[in-house]
Design a protein around this ligand. Structure first.
Ligand code: MTE
Ligand code: MOS
Length: 817
């Protein structure tokens, strides 16, 4: 067993502790970025000058009227960027901080600093901006038609597509377009900057990636990184939305502080956050799939087009992860999946829990859900038949060593959920209820853990043991509610053999641990846990030498557990505090920097081949829904999940992550409907769902009344920290089961074998259209044929709400199994 994964006899990892800040969270005492400025006098408030065109040239920018507004101190424009710096907030250098071209509705062209927020707001209104309209592209389809793309256009391919299709008994093709998702973190983007007497810049930022925030501020100001410290105390949610997008706001605050010498606070209002920050990428996919007579996939050809928005941001790695997850749990011998990034006049879309993985996986799950009835195979059976088997590799060439875990979670969740009995009960219910139908569906998850970009797979930590035996840890990861800090305290306590109360964790800061990776890709615990463990082991090894002399046994026989140091065969023990005290006087170094890098990864992004992931996380979910045939309204009746987190570091945290991820995924699948003005009016491109009143998030009423989450047992993961697996993102995709359950329920309104075209999100409206189509009772084959060429039957009532068909399927050849 490797050093890293060994779980000692005495361990705090694995204990069900509550979140380390739970009491602060529920009492309101927890501080967030925008709580800090109130402690400082002299603070200036920043407010953006947002524009109101989707795409336009800035022909005149006059800030002088703003300077007349009482309380306005300064207006920041491109002219304020220092000569040594650059006017750009992106790592791809395609995001001017002060643009002279408006690229989306709401794009800010200047920032006003005021003595009060109200003064800054009024100042921003007073700034005069003249715009000259340029043609704009709002939808992905418009971008495709105009050939408007950005960034690389990778392809993941293997095998022989022609041979795969030749071998197929059934060939189906289709398109599927689905929405993105808004992060809706409770804390909007915020930054607070101040400078000290030496001109050093301190920034508290709500950022998942403090080191990159530091880099961008450094570029904008043209000063070296050591002049800039970025701290992240905690975030009120990030969900990927604060991986890259906070940098520009931090740069504005820092620039304002440098120019005025005063602290500057910047916090976006909800509407500013919703209109200026990107969302999850919506995708448009076009696919062609071949199945053997037994329903095995023989070939898949697909084109995924991601809606990138106006700049690249993280769109390239997001797309790469989508391409690397289109296989989900399924063996696809012959495959070619190409991807590209549409450039549209929208805020720049960005990372969101799953980082493109969900989009890739959704495409294959939609294909299977859509095709199962056409093949005459039960959807559960179709999925199971295509699972990876021994010796098989992903399309990009990584072996799927734990294919048996896919089977394990699948069988276990079916047993937990009484699948057989409940499937029969659903059928019975549907037979006796003409206007209400239930659906039951199961979907699996396989998600690769590690950053595709190999360099990011490193972590650092700094651990101090003070003379009194108390321990202070720092690490490079950030806390956004996911419980990383809780786990890190458990790792340190376990590695040093002390109770958790001995360990305190200090805020994430770039002057403590440098060159950190984003807390993202779910790998926060793997990377920072590895680094903390490494630091603690260095200290423990030094202490063992001191203990050996004290207890009269070899250092190798010293054990640390629960604050007591003992020696194998020694008569006496020694309290931790006493040993630390002795060690200090014996001049022992009681602090250490820890480092961890994930071994065994390689990835060639030019050919999209390699083994980019340390391991895969697995899970399976069963969801039951009930749909009303008159309105399309539905309820989720029950959810069962079995998820693989290895040996859990912190079971309460992990279960919370799984529940939260499922609900967030279910929001994306069913409720959350991003809309833009697609008209030709001057408001074209305006983000319409810019408040919680128009953007429906899951709430208590959407929580499944029965929600069983089980962690897979005996799931020790060799080579990961204390045998654990990452948990942050993978369970989001368990929510695909709710959309598939809705598809089943809609199908039950029609004849046996109805293939349902279900919009995504499957809002009640979309569900109504889908079940109404099913209810018309078309022969499923005929209706699939009728949809060849993508023509949908026209909506009968011209005043009826616009139907938004998202998917269409054509049958090329078909042989029922
Ligand atoms: N959980 C909460 N409560 N809040 C968040 O913002 N972000 C998710 C996930 N879980 C998030 C969350 C995302 S997108 C990622 S990548 C992981 O947490 C990051 O943290 P980890 O690497 O420590 O799991
Ligand atoms: Mo998560 S989308 O990797 O921040």
């Amino acid at each position: 067993m490797s050093q890293l994964s060994q779980r000692p006899d005495w361990a705090v990892v694995g204990e069900a502790l509550h979140h380390e800040s739970a009491v602060l969270h529920v009492t309101g005492a927890a501080l967030y970025t925008d709580d800090l400025p109130v402690r400082h006098r002299d603070v200036l408030h920043a407010w953006p000058v947002q524009t109101d065109r989707a795409h336009a040239k800035v022909t005149r920018l006059d800030i002088s009227p703003a300077l007349e507004v009482p309380g306005v101190v300064r207006v920041l424009t491109a002219a304020d960027v220092p000569a040594a710096g650059i006017n750009d907030a992106g790592i791809k250098h395609d995001e001017p901080l002060f643009p002279d071209e408006v690229c989306y509705f709401g794009h800010s062209v200047a920032w006003v600093l005021g003595e009060t927020q109200e003064a800054a707001r009024l100042g921003a209104l007073a700034v005069e901006v003249d715009l000259e309209d340029l043609p704009s592209l709002i939808t992905v389809s418009e971008a495709i038609e105009a050939g408007s793309f950005q960034g690389s256009q990778p392809t993941v391919a293997r095998g022989d597509l022609d041979a795969g299709f030749a071998e197929a008994k059934t060939i189906l093709s289709g398109t599927f377009e689905f929405s993105g998702q808004e992060h809706f973190y409770l804390e909007t983007n915020a930054a607070f900057a101040m400078i000290d007497e030496n001109g050093q810049i301190f920034i508290q930022s709500s950022t998942q990636h403090p080191s990159e925030t530091q880099d961008i501020v450094s570029h904008v100001l043209g000063v070296p990184a050591h002049q800039i410290t970025v701290q992240c105390l905690r975030m009120g949610g990030g969900f990927g939305g604060k991986e890259m997008q906070p940098h520009g706001y931090a740069a504005i605050a820092a620039l304002g502080s440098v120019l005025t010498g005063r602290p500057v606070r910047l916090r976006l209002t909800r509407t500013q956050d919703l209109t200026m920050c990107g969302h999850r990428h919506g995708f448009r996919s076009k696919w062609r799939v071949g199945f053997s007579a037994e329903g095995r996939i023989t070939a898949l050809e697909a084109m995924l087009t991601a809606d990138g928005g106006w700049s690249l941001d993280l769109s390239e790695p997001v797309l790469a992860r989508a391409l690397c997850h289109i296989d989900n749990c399924y063996w696809i011998p012959n495959i070619s999946v190409a991807g590209r990034i549409a450039k549209t006049n929208k805020a720049s879309n960005t990372a969101f829990r799953g980082f493109g993985g969900p989009q890739g996986m959704l495409v294959i799950e939609d294909i299977l859900g859509r095709c199962a009835p056409l093949l005459g195979i039960d959807a559960e059976e179709l999925r199971r038949r295509n699972f990876y088997g021994p010796g098989q590799t992903t399309p990009y060439g990584q072996p799927v060593h734990q294919h048996d875990r896919i089977q394990a979670v699948w069988e276990q969740v079916k047993a937990n959920a009484d699948w057989q009995e409940r499937a029969a009960a659903v059928e019975e219910f549907n037979a006796s209820h003409p206007h209400r139908k239930r659906g039951l569906a199961i979907t699996p998850v396989k998600f690769g853990i590690s950053f595709n970009l190999t360099a990011f797979n490193q972590g650092g930590a700094l651990v101090h043991v003070y003379k009194d035996g108390s321990v202070l840890i720092n690490h490079g990861g950030t806390e956004m509610g996911q419980g990383l800090h809780t786990k890190m305290i458990q790792v340190a306590a376990t590695a040093l053999g002390v109770p958790v109360a001995k360990v305190r964790l200090a805020p994430t800061r770039t002057d403590k641990v440098p060159n950190t990776s984003a807390t993202a890709a779910s790998s926060g615990s793997d990377l920072n846990g590895g680094a903390i463990k490494n630091a603690c082991e260095q200290i423990r090894d030094r202490l063992a030498i001191v203990a050996a002399a004290k207890l009269g046994v070899p250092a190798a026989d010293i054990r640390f557990s629960d604050g007591v140091v003992s020696g194998l065969g020694a008569d006496v023990t020694c309290p931790w505090e006493e040993l630390v005290h002795t060690a200090y006087y014996a001049r022992t170094q009681l602090f250490a920097a820890g480092y961890y890098r994930t071994e065994g990864l390689h990835w060639d992004s030019r050919v999209m081949k390699g083994s980019p992931f340390k391991y895969f996380s697995h899970g399976a979910a069963i969801t039951e829904v009930e749909v009303d045939g008159f309105t399309g309204a539905y309820q989720t009746r029950r959810v069962d999940i079995v998820h693989d987190v290895g040996d859990s570091l912190s079971p309460l945290v992990d279960i919370g992550q799984i529940e939260g991820a499922y609900v967030q995924g279910a929001g994306w699948m069913t409720l959350e409907d991003l809309r833009w003005d697609e008209s030709d009016r001057p408001t074209r491109g305006r983000f319409l769902t810019q408040a919680a009143s128009t953007y429906k998030l899951p709430s208590f009423s959407e929580m499944p009344p029965v929600f069983n989450v089980t962690l897979l047992e005996q799931a020790h993961e060799e080579g990961a920290v204390y045998g654990s697996k990452a948990v942050g993102e993978p369970p989001l995709m368990l929510a695909f089961s709710v959309r598939e359950a809705l598809r089943q329920a809609c199908a039950a309104f029609g004849p046996v074998g109805t293939s349902v075209d279900l919009g995504c999100p499957a809002t009640p409206e979309a569900v109504f259209w889908a079940l109404d189509e099913a209810r018309k009772g078309h022969d499923p084959l005929e209706s699939a044929h009728a949809q060849l060429g993508g023509e949908h039957p026209p909506v009968a009532d011209p005043n009826a709400p616009e139907r938004r068909p998202r998917s269409e399927v054509a049958v090329e050849t078909l042989q029922k199994a």
